[in-house]
Design a protein around this ligand. Structure first.
Ligand SMILES: [Zn+2]
Ligand SMILES: [Zn+2]
Length: 540
């Protein structure tokens, strides 16, 4: 066949496909076009270019639970008071402002995912978080704009489309490829949304940024009542985000829901293979709504446009004693303790990329010695994103017994990760299935080669989190801890209860400590910690 004849044949076939009057769909699937058109007509989607809504919201800190990261809501550290958000889909802009108590949250954190300890703490009440296309930044009061890392900026940008009007607009973007199917949604157990009786609903699934699958549940009144997507979260892998909206009101010809809540994690307490489910990460009543009165889209500040984020920040090495090193350089440290024929590492913060970089450094500092033990202080997500990497490299995970079920089911598993496959999910070692990769600590635990001793203690009384472990080198008088005393910023009153629990533990065990080695910040003399505790105590 000549090339010209071949192209002509292709043209005929293409024309035939285009002219087919009714596209056929496999059983269970339906044409998404009329479903989307009816939903758009119902809420006046074509009339709404932008929306501004205000009220009082709340933000849940994903991965920061106090009680073993199980079935309770993500902690709401404070309200999002005087909350206003303006969304303009044409310019891909979102501007959120709210008031929140200073000193309690990382300044960079908005709500939901993205909580990172060891980063600057919010100093001022008024907070601003802006998304403009693929750039995002935040401002602490009138402080300078600070760029949000690309991974998180992408999630913030994705969120622009996770509302009824945004979804319908996104469904028309190139590459959205809508797929529709139908199902019966029942009403048992107080399901979320507008369903009042068993109802035949449609689900339309689209693709956003060529990467995220977003689906909308559309009820028989053509209202979008739920939007769902899957993101990647380093500790848990594929992670469910689900916005529920109710109470649609009329805003100049369009309809907009005023009441929101958002599940970060599966909204299900019956996922028996999971411990951590069903937490609210964002929500509120935003009943003051204005249509099409959005401010001009903010220009991306040069500091944000030019910000660079290396895939992994370089690992810095500080020697604390013979064979004892701080592996720093990110917002959180790991510590290496070298023994005769193996090494132990305290803490696996960040993600796989960070942990692989740290492991390379461990292999350079202690050549030929396996990482026999990884001590995990506590299962807050910013502290366990690398646990899978250490397990994969052959380490046994030392954790408090109360956290083993969560780590075993949710974190150190061999489930596929579809959004960001890691080494563990791609090539799970046989140990993962066989279960001899944990040491569950009750009160204390000792790692030794009969020359050097590293002790691991359960920290009581409970503060910050259940099942908190610290480690201690009696010969070198070094204590390792996480989140009980951070030194990357001046001591804060909010940390005082955790500081007291560390002091109580050390005094109860009668441990002489010279150096306190924190996961966030640089090591300090124990005397500096005692002085900081005393100073904060005096202020109370
Ligand atoms: Zn932390
Ligand atoms: Zn923590």
């Amino acid at each position: 066949m000549t090339r010209r004849v071949f192209l002509a044949a292709v043209a005929v076939v293409t024309a035939a496909v285009v002219r087919t009057p009714a596209q056929r769909f496999p059983p269970g699937y339906v044409d998404p076009a009329p479903v989307l058109a009816a939903a758009a007509a119902e809420i006046g989607e074509s009339t709404l270019r932008c929306v501004t809504f205000s009220g009082t919201g709340y933000g849940g800190a994903v991965g920061q639970t106090v009680e073993n990261a199980v079935n309770i809501d993500w902690p709401r550290i404070d309200r999002l008071a005087n909350y206003t958000r303006a969304i303009d889909w044409g310019t891909e802009t979102s501007v959120e402002t709210f008031d929140r108590e200073p000193g309690l949250n990382p300044a960079a954190w908005k709500y939901g995912t993205g909580w990172t300890g060891g980063t600057p703490i919010q100093k001022v009440r008024r907070q601003t978080h802006i998304v403009r296309g693929d750039k995002a930044w935040h401002m602490d009061g009138d402080g300078p704009p600070v760029a949000v890392p690309p991974d998180l900026a992408e999630l913030y940008r994705l969120d622009l489309w996770l509302n009824p009007h945004g979804f319908l607009k996104a469904a028309r973007l190139p590459g959205a490829n809508p797929i529709a199917f139908w199902r019966w949604e029942q009403i048992e157990k107080g399901r979320d949304g507008n369903v009042v009786a068993p109802e035949r609903v449609h689900v339309v699934a689209i693709t956003v940024f060529g990467k995220y699958r977003v689906d909308a549940t559309i009820n028989s009144r053509h209202q979008i009542q739920r939007l769902k997507t899957t993101i990647s979260q380093p500790a848990l892998g594929d992670f469910n985000i689900e916005h529920e909206s109710t109470n649609q009101i009329d805003i100049g010809g369009a309809k907009w829901p005023t009441d929101w809540h958002s599940h970060h994690g599966w909204d299900d307490n019956w996922q028996f293979y999971r411990q951590s489910t069903g937490h609210n990460g964002y929500g509120g009543q935003f009943r003051d709504v204005t249509a099409n009165a959005c401010p001009a889209a903010p220009t991306v500040p040069p500091a944000v446009a030019n910000a660079t984020f290396p895939a992994t920040s370089p690992v810095t090495v500080d020697r604390l004693a013979e064979g004892v090193y701080r592996l720093g350089g990110g917002p959180a440290n790991s510590y290496l303790v070298e023994f005769d024929r193996f090494v132990a590492v305290f803490e696996a913060p960040g993600d796989e990329a960070r942990s692989l970089a740290v492991i390379e450094e461990v292999a350079r500092l202690a050549p030929g010695k396996p990482i026999r033990w990884l001590i995990s202080s506590h299962p807050h997500f910013d502290h366990i994103g690398g646990l899978r990497t250490y397990l994969h490299i052959g380490a046994t995970i030392v954790a408090h017994s109360s956290n083993i079920p969560f780590l075993n089911k949710d974190v150190l598993n061999y489930e596929p990760r579809t959004m960001a496959p890691d080494i563990m999910s791609r090539w799970p070692p046989t140990e993962v299935a066989e279960g001899y990769n944990y040491e569950a600590v009750q009160e204390n635990y000792v790692i030794t080669d009969n020359r050097r001793i590293l002790r691991v203690y359960y920290v009581q009384p409970l503060q910050h989190v259940a099942g908190m472990l610290m480690a201690y080198l009696p010969a070198e008088r070094i204590a390792f801890e996480a989140d009980l005393f951070d030194t990357h910023e001046p001591p804060r009153p909010a940390q005082l209860p955790a500081m007291r629990s560390l002091r109580t533990q050390v005094e109860r065990m009668g441990l002489p400590v010279d150096t306190l080695a924190p996961v966030h910040g640089a090591p300090v003399p124990w005397s500096a910690f005692l002085a900081a505790t005393k100073a904060l105590d005096a202020r109370k």
